[in-house]
Ligand binder design. Sequence first.
Ligand code: 5GP
Ligand code: ZN
Length: 118
Amino acid sequence: MTREDDCLFCKIVAGDIPSEIVYEDDRVLAFKDISPMMPVHVLVIPKEHYSSIDADIAPEDASALMEAVSKVAHDQGIAESGYRVITNVGDDACQSVHHLHLHVLGGEKMNDGDPSVR
Ligand code: 5GP
Ligand code: ZN
């Protein structure tokens, strides 16, 4: 597992920084966002360090992430009401943690197509 010493989410994967884990498997960790924007706001991340979705992601990690998103949505009870999956890449999108993460958001009605919701 590649780990970046200065990466916050690598530290969460390693257990050096506590998090509220809602799902975990060999490749993926999902935990509650520390400042939730919605009633459900979970971050789904690969345990392997990738800087963003724009990195060269191993197919096994990509598919594990997709499967985990759906599991998390079902476990969190938002699969039926609906949810939004967002990943920020780079400065224009205000990516603040440079370890790939998918925001899974739901639990209340969102604006139609509002790109600022994360
Ligand atoms: P970004 O802006 O990079 O797309 O999202 C980073 C997310 O990480 C933000 O929503 C922020 O609230 C969350 N975050 C930052 N630091 C921590 C932390 O230490 N623990 C958890 N659980 N979430 C964090
Ligand atoms: Zn990392």
